[in-house]
Each structure stands twice: as structure tokens, then as C-alpha cells.
Design a protein around this ligand. Sequence first.
Ligand code: ADP
Length: 420
Amino acid sequence: MSLRGLRLLLLGCVLLIGFSLVGVFGGVLVEIALVITLGALLASLYLLQRITERVQAHQDRLQTLQMEQEALTLELNRRHRRHITLLEGLPIPLMIGERDATLRFVNHTALEWFGYRPMTGKSLLALTFSYDLYVLYLRAVRRRAHTVSEVTLSFPQERHVVATVWFIGELDHTELFAIALLDKSELVRLEQVRRDFVANVSHEFRTPLASIRALAETILHDDQMPAETRNRFLNLIIQETERLTRIAEDLLILSRAEALPPTKEPLDLNTVVRNTLSQVQAEAEKAKITIESHLQEPLIVPANRDQMVQVVLNLLTNAIRYNKPEGKIWVRTFTRDHEAVLEVQDTGIGIPSEDLPRIFERFYRVDKTRSRETGGTGLGLAIVKHIVESHGGRVEVESEYRVGSTFRVVLPLGAPLSAE
Ligand code: ADP
């Protein structure tokens, strides 16, 4: 169309020149020539105007397209940054690599796991030091398929992970694969704890049950057994049954404490201590042990009454049972750094330093025979620790072998009770 316009313009000009010449030579025709020339001129001007408009429209369209392209590029960049932020922020290690396991992208968690080193352009093997992971990656590349496997990492610490590798597409004619790791270490540890616990519980039940059975069978098969022996055996059966009951009760206390967070009330710790002291007084007197108490009043903690009684009772009975004859026990309560402290110190047999870190484990006993003789279940301190921690507190212990031990329960302080 623009070409046609130009042609018309040219024609207009030729006519103008032609008629001008005619005008020069033919006097009558001058006016007609002028009219035609003017017409051609106007037509040319009109066409020029149209062409200019069209060029302007094309320019506007081009500008709009450019603006749209810029907006699209901006949006693409924004999306790309969003994806990178998403991958960076993932709480699991994620890496993207080429066919030969050369890394193109390593997210923040992966760097946190394997140490902050510049990893882009390096091999997956150089980052993770795991040959198993490297082999898994190459296998996924070969098959070009989603591949999942459990792998144990040893650098920089041992971790049991589920590793997944998958093909994510091509970039600049290079195939890219992603590898993500899911840490299962805590699950593996918990599973081990559960297995140990079940094994320990069965063992704890099996021993007294075996004794009960052996004693009962002996009584059953020996008609001539003297009454005195039979009574001794029957008493042993009763003792073993009581032991089983104690274990079952302690297990129940522990599982109840684990099942729900404690329902707390403002509790005077000193009242709990005084009540529990009167409960254990007879046992202490029997073992010729004196108990001294130094209680700082008032000491209010937000706590569950029954559970706190259990804590104080377990610590006091241990201090009596693992004490020396005519030993001493000091019970103290006080505040320290805005926390309530309950301290039970004894002049007992003490705990060897190598056993100290394990005494809060379920069924762990330093001296099995003594624990058994004194009616221990091996669960007392595990219960103490669990209850105290579920109250937001902690348990501390100091002990010197053959000299004595100090157990300390530290709890968050509550508001003082208003006077009634
Ligand atoms: P147990 O029922 O055997 O007393 P605990 O969980 O209460 O179990 O205690 C675990 C072990 O810690 C005990 O078997 C004992 O060896 C040691 N222990 C606990 N308290 C004391 C203490 N006050 N003095 C010395 N040893 C203690």
C-alpha cells in the first residue's frame, strides 16, 4: 500500500510538471492545468499523510511489543529468582547436576550439611564424599529415571538418608538431574531406642517370671518339702510379684507422663517436699539415715502436683537406698537466676564418672544387685528426667564415687501465690 502511495505521489508530480509545461505553451489550458495540478498535489498530500500515519502506527506497535517483551523478561527473571529462593530455602539438601555429576546448583541446606565450599562446577563426589550417592546419581542418569535409595553418609557426620535422583530437563543442550536427601537419622535412632526398650522390658519381666515359675514348680513337685522352706519360697514368689508390679507401675507412670503435656497449677514446691519427706521418714529411720531440710519460702512453680511428688519421692528414695548406713541427706530449695531449685544431697555410695551420663536411661543401673535388693526398677531417674523436662526444667547431677551425690532439679519459677 505504501508503495502504491509513493507511485501515486510520483504520478501527481509528473502530472504537475506536465501540466505546467502545457500551461506555458497553451494559454487556454492554463486554468485547467492549474486545477488538475492542485488536485494531484492534494491527493499526494493526502497519501503522504496516510503513509505517515501507518508508519507511526507500526512504530507504536513495535514500541508496545518491545515493552511487552521487557515486561515478560522481567516476569521471567522474577519467576527464576522465586524458584531459586524456593530451592535455596528448602529445609532439605537439594543439588542439580549434569550427566557426569558436575554440580550446577547447590542449595543452602546442602552447603550447611557438607560445609560451606564453592561447589558449583565441582563434582557431587567432591561435595558429599559419598561414593554410594555418586553411584546412585550415575545410575539415575543412565536410566534417565526417578531413582530412590537409602544411603548412609559419613561426612561430616553419620547420617541415614533417603536419596532421590530425577531428571528435570535440558538447559543449553545439557541434561540436568536433581538430587534431594531426606534425613532419617532421628527415625533410625528412635527405632533403635524403641527396639532396645522392648528388649529391656521383656528382659525385666522374664527374669522375675522365670524365678516365680521355678519356685512354684519346686513347691509343686516336692511333697516332702519342710513348711519352713515352702514358706521361704512362697515369700520369694511374693517378692518377685511385687517387683513385677513395681516395674509395671513405673512403666505406666512413664507412659502417662509421655502421653500428654502436664496440666500445671501454681504449686508450692516446699509443701510437696514436706509431704514427701513424711512419706519416706519411716524408710530413712529404718536405714538409720537422717534427713535435714533447708527450704526457702515461698517457692511457687507452675507444675503438676502428682508428677512433682513423684520427682521428689524418686530422688529421696534413691538418696536413702544408695546411702551408707547412718548416712545423711540434705534437702534444699532455693531460687537461682529466676529459677526454682530443689537439691537432694546424700553421703551415699556415689556414682562412678563413667556411669554418670547413663543413669537417666531407662533400666540403666550402676549396681544391678543393689538396685534389685532395694526394690529398684531402673526407671526412677528416667521418670524424674522426663517429668522435669516436660515442665520446661532440667536435672543436674554431681557425684563422687564412694563419697556421695547431689541431684538438682531446676524449674521455671511461677508467680507467687496471692494471700487467701
Ligand atoms: P533404680 O530403680 O535402680 O534406683 P533409678 O533410675 O532411680 O533406678 O537409678 C538408676 C541408677 O542410678 C541406680 O540403679 C543407681 O545405680 C544409680 N543411682 C541413682 N541415684 C543414686 C544415688 N543417690 N546415689 C548413688 N547411685 C544412684
